[in-house]
Ligand binder design. Structure first.
Ligand SMILES: Nc1ncnc2c1ncn2[C@@H]1O[C@H](COP(=O)(O)OP(=O)(O)OP(=O)(O)O)[C@@H](O)[C@H]1O
Ligand SMILES: [Mg+2]
Length: 686
């Protein structure tokens, strides 16, 4: 007898479950996606013990009849695909027909479902893949799926679950993200004791951001919207004999991007606050992450990351979603077009918005804003790169300390900030049995998730409770108006009053009081000028009266040889003068003496750290930027330098002309606005 056997469905499902379901959040993801595919407008997620004990998702979608309710648990049973051709243009979140059988093979599942207008609904009970009971039941229309005792029959899997608070954080991140893509739908997330997310329908994404993250986050974000008609459809053209000459030529459609991006002053230490949705699907994608980093190049430091919510829409045939079992990765048919479109849209938006940094936000060091987004968990299920191993402890109580410790453990960001009173008004007055009785947990979670939308007492059955008693539409509009007012488009018309310690320019304008860092302002001006001049090979150089001799170590000589040509194009004229000495005969205008010496040393030092991994092309851009930034930094007006009014005016005028007057090439803010409104508020006039 041969040795090969066909696996039973049961085993096959458990194997599939290994790919699709690795933690409670991935169950929530699959069930949420099913509810959305079923056209639900209201989705309630309940979890107990971080989802290990119970996950229950209730939707008001189309429901299933009795036959479908049973078929849904069969492997490869789906209502979303018919033929292989359908795979080329998937418009639903699910399509594999694998999620329910996989989940049912590793948990106890109860499905209750009813199609609107049909007399009876159906209840199905399954445990470990075995159907235990099927019966008719009087049910409201829609579907409820309760998944309990996840991994009860796969102890190895269960062992890999993290602490309850970690799993809950992942679930929360997931629900939050889907709530963001569907502002018009009602989302709720409840744990055994309290409401974590309550987001009644609103009209716009900005309002949803306000509902979920609060005013402070919204105030840090700027809206983005762009569209690009596609030149051609991504699919290869059909063979000539398949083309019907009568058929009118099909419109290839368009790429659309909408979303929010952070002001340069907000810098995060990891990518966890970048959320990318493609056709309303949350994905991880290196290509788009790269496009986003490119857009922020020289605006924030390369080691920092912005907060970005990106909603990309494209014809379904432009994106292959069938590349990953958990459907969290995609492949674009026109990769370069999409990469460049995202980079350019974001960059243009940044250049046009030129947001002014406020005093309060600028005070927060990078990473101090860790609570701005619920970045505690990776946006998509599965551990983020940085997640260290954490021994699961079933009995671990949910205390303030361990929620905090968890948050620190799986975030790259530094310590969570103390929850500050400014947020508390959003969390509504205390009520018996409600959130506020759970002070310890509440505070930690407040820092973790910024749950601005916690309704009073944890009761969310009333759809009128959302972001406290405030009206999200009106509040959002107010934040947006304040946002729009504070930009750097009128720097040239500011009136300089003088300097603070000969280092900062003080200037007034209609919008308030400005403080401008004279060194970084000049640095930005020079940096952009050098890059522009370099592009057209016109960097201005000046001949030194006497050549400057620079001693280098042998390793530095090697680095110098590698970057010599680029230095020359940036205005240097350098010749070897002995085996370890260089003679600098000419240098870019404005750079001399020790500044010149330091600049050269700095560029050689930084270039010696280049890794071999970066591609040639990227290498050159990095080198160019580095040289420009270094020249600009060393040639710029220093702090502790007196400036006359004409010089200050010139500086402001030139700064206004730059693309990014917001920050220096290293990401530091250039100009801070103490707005008229803030001043009035501080003096208790409003
Ligand atoms: N909440 C729901 N409301 C209505 N129908 C549902 C719901 N959940 C599942 N179904 C039905 O059950 C089928 C099987 O669901 P399942 O999640 O296993 O597969 P899928 O969504 O088709 O594909 P995937 O495995 O990619 O998620 C779905 O195609 C859908 O017809
Ligand atoms: Mg599904």
């Amino acid at each position: 007898m041969g040795r090969i056997r066909v696996l039973s469905d049961q085993v096959a499902n458990q194997i599939a479950a290994g790919e699709v379901v690795d933690r409670p959040a991935s169950v929530v993801k699959e069930l949420l996606e099913n509810a959305l595919d079923a056209g639900a407008t209201r989705i309630r997620v309940e979890v107990e013990a971080g989802g290990r004990k119970l996950i229950r998702i209730t939707d008001d979608g189309c429901g299933m009849n009795r036959d479908d309710a049973l078929l849904a648990f069969e492997r490869h049973a789906t209502s979303k695909l018919r033929s292989a051709d359908d795979l080329l243009a998937i418009a639903t979140l699910g399509f594999r027909g694998e999620a329910l059988p996989s989940i049912a093979s590793v948990a106890r599942v109860t499905l209750e479902t009813c199609v609107e207008g049909e007399g009876a609904g159906t209840r199905v009970e399954i445990a470990g893949g075995k159907i235990l009971r099927v019966e008719d039941a009087a049910l409201p229309h829609g579907t409820t799926l309760a998944v309990s005792d996840l991994f009860f029959n796969t102890p190895a899997r269960r062992k890999f679950l993290r602490a309850e608070s970690t799993e809950l954080a992942h679930v929360t991140a997931l629900v939050t993200h889907y709530a963001l893509v569907h502002p018009q739908k009602h989302f709720e997330l409840l744990s055994a004791t309290h409401t974590i997310v309550s987001a009644p329908p609103v009209t716009r994404t900005a309002e949803r951001i306000y509902q979920i993250f609060g005013k402070d986050t919204l105030a840090q974000l700027l809206p983005l919207a762009a569209e690009l008609p596609l030149a051609h459809a991504g699919l290869p053209a059909p063979p000539p004999w398949k083309v019907d000459p009568e058929e009118p030529k099909r419109d290839p459609g368009a790429l659309r991007v909408a979303g929010f991006y952070s002001k340069p002053e907000l810098q995060k230490l990891n990518r966890n606050s970048i959320y990318i949705f493609v056709n309303k699907r949350l994905i991880r994608d290196r290509l788009l992450l790269h496009a986003i980093s490119e857009a922020y190049r020289n605006v924030i430091p390369p080691t920092s990351f912005p907060v970005v919510l990106l909603f990309l829409e494209m014809p379904p045939e432009e994106v292959d979603v069938n590349v990953h079992p958990a459907k969290t990765e995609v492949r674009f048919r026109q990769q370069n077009v999409i990469h460049d479109f995202v980079r350019d849209s974001l960059r243009t938006a940044l250049i046009q918005a030129r947001p002014a940094a406020g005093f309060l936000a600028a005070q927060a060091a990078p990473g101090a804003s860790a609570s701005l987004m619920p970045s505690a968990a990776s946006p998509t299920p599965g551990p983020p790169d940085s997640e260290p191993y954490h021994q699961p402890q079933d009995s671990e109580p949910l205390t303030s300390e361990n929620v905090r410790a968890e948050a620190e453990a799986f975030q790259l960001t530094p310590r969570l900030p103390e929850p500050f009173p400014g947020r508390l008004p959003f969390t509504a007055p205390a009520q018996a049995g409600g959130w506020n009785n759970q002070q310890a947990w509440g505070e930690a979670a407040a820092a973790l998730f910024s749950p601005a939308s916690l309704p009073p007492g944890g009761d969310c059955s009333d759809s009128s409770v959302g972001a406290g008693s405030e009206n999200p539409a009106a509040e959002t509009a107010r934040v947006e108006a304040e946002q729009a007012a504070a930009n750097l488009n009128h720097l040239g018309s500011l009136r300089p009053l003088g300097q603070l310690r000969e280092s900062f320019i003080l200037a007034t304008g209609e919008d308030g009081l400005w403080i401008i860092d004279q060194h970084v302002a000049h640095e930005r001006i020079l940096f952009e000028k050098i890059l522009r001049d370099r592009q057209v090979e016109r960097v201005q150089r000046q001949r030194l009266l006497l050549p400057m001799l620079v001693e280098l170590k042998p390793a530095q000589m090697v680095v110098f040889a590698r970057i010599a040509e680029e230095l020359e194009r940036n205005g240097f004229e350098v010749e070897p003068f002995g085996p370890q000495t260089l003679a600098v005969k000419a240098a870019p205008v404005g750079l001399e003496g020790t500044a010149l010496e330091r600049m050269l040393a700095e560029v050689i030092e930084q270039s010696s750290e280049d890794s071999d991994e970066v591609s040639q092309n990227e290498d050159l851009t990095t080198l160019r930027t580095r040289i420009a930034a270094s020249i600009a930094c060393h040639a710029a007006i220093k702090v502790n330098t007196a400036l006359d009014p004409a010089r200050m005016e010139w500086l402001l005028l030139e700064l206004e002309k730059t693309d990014h007057p917001t920050s220096c090439p290293h990401g530091r803010p250039i100009a801070l606005l103490y707005s008229w409104k803030e001043i009035q508020r501080a003096f208790h006039r409003i």
